[in-house]
Design a protein around this ligand. Structure first.
Ligand code: PLP
Length: 338
């Protein structure tokens, strides 16, 4: 038995999800004629209380489309240094939008309203035009940390006062919503655009959604086409999203409990160094010498447990839909014996 904690993207669609996908009614979505995609886009928009949404192949694409729509070449995007949009999207902010970034050093991927306020450039010809703030909730590199909704409200006020747009990379927003008992509508009111992934904790094989106002989504559809993301009978994939939004959201609490149990076992071991607080489904911890992250991951692999070294000393484990309670028990057993 292999237990795969490398990422929550490692899930396989369940039989029920596959049956639902096979029964989808599909059409050519570039013509706007795919009933399953139209249903998913409408369902997500209603859920967040936003006007519209567009289905895309990946979270990278939804983020990059949003940045392209919100900025002009030469503009500056304000975000945390650990943001996925900056660290892990291939330099797409510069490549796709010709924009630069103002990196803030937040707390586990989360920035404050005060930091944003202090980093908006003056209206000065020497300075790039600050046009967009991007937040990430939960923060991947921050170890699945969740924002405080009150702080986001303050950030929104700073953005509104200075005429900046606010985007949310909500690849794992549903983890935050379930953990903090918040509603999607709380978020829909605060952001000009929200990206959510269906292919991470929600267990779909493919897909992300970008949400916003009607005019924004109209523009986003044009950019999606330019980026090569216009899909045809992709309703089979959208059906997985419909299934996931109906069935796989509330259960995320189980993934968080699993992560906390594994973290407790790790904390008892003398070879485990600093661990980021475990708030949702991501565990990031350091291993002490003589272990390196790579050698520790190799050791776990001998017992069929897969983890991900994210630096020379830090290991990341991510729980998800395909990690069962008995797998967690086995993992704790292996850790106890190390
Ligand atoms: C926070 C965050 N945003 C965006 C993405 C990009 O998603 P995708 O892999 O679908 O492009 C990821 C992927 O891991 C992520 O963790």
């Amino acid at each position: 038995m292999t237990i795969d904690y490398r990422s929550d993207t490692q899930t396989r669609p369940s039989k029920e999800m596959l049956d639902f996908m096979f029964s989808a009614k599909v059409g050519d979505d570039v013509f706007g004629e795919d009933p399953a995609i139209n249903e998913l886009e409408g369902m997500a928009a209603d859920m967040f209380g936003m006007e519209a949404s567009v289905f895309c192949p990946s979270g990278t694409m939804t983020n990059q489309i949003a940045i392209k729509c919100h900025t002009q070449p030469g503009d500056e995007v304000i975000c945390d240094v650990a943001s996925h949009i900056y660290q892990y999207e291939g330099g797409g902010i510069a490549f796709n939008s010709g924009a630069s970034v103002k990196l803030l050093y937040g707390d586990r991927g989360r920035i404050t309203a005060q930091q944003v306020l202090e980093n908006i450039n003056a209206d000065d010809v020497h300075k790039p035009h600050s046009s967009l703030v991007s937040l990430e909730n939960t923060s991947n590199r921050g170890g699945g940390s969740c924002y405080d909704l009150e702080e986001i409200r303050k950030i929104k006020k700073v953005c509104s006062d200075s005429n900046l747009r606010l985007h949310l990379d909500g690849a794992r927003l549903f983890n935050a919503l379930v953990e903090k008992k918040e509603s999607p509508k709380d978020y829909g009111q605060l952001f000009e655009s929200i990206s959510v992934c269906l292919s991470k904790s929600l267990g779909c094989p493919v897909g992300s959604l970008l949400l916003g106002k009607k005019d924004f989504i109209k523009k986003a559809r044009r950019v999606r086409k330019v980026f090569g993301g216009g899909m045809r009978q992709a309703g089979y994939l959208a059906a997985a999203g419909i299934y996931a939004l109906k069935n796989n959201v509330d259960r995320l609490k189980q993934d968080h409990d699993h992560a906390k149990h594994i973290a407790e076992a790790l904390k008892k071991k003398s070879f485990v160094g600093e661990m980021l607080p475990v708030e949702t489904n991501i565990i990031i911890f350091a291993v002490k010498k003589p272990w390196t992250a790579a050698s520790f991951v190799d050791k776990l692999k001998e017992s069929g447990i897969l983890g991900h070294p994210i630096s020379s000393t830090q290991v990341r484990l991510v729980t998800h839909l395909d990690v069962t309670p008995s797998m967690v028990e086995k993992t704790i057993d292996v850790i106890n014996k190390l």
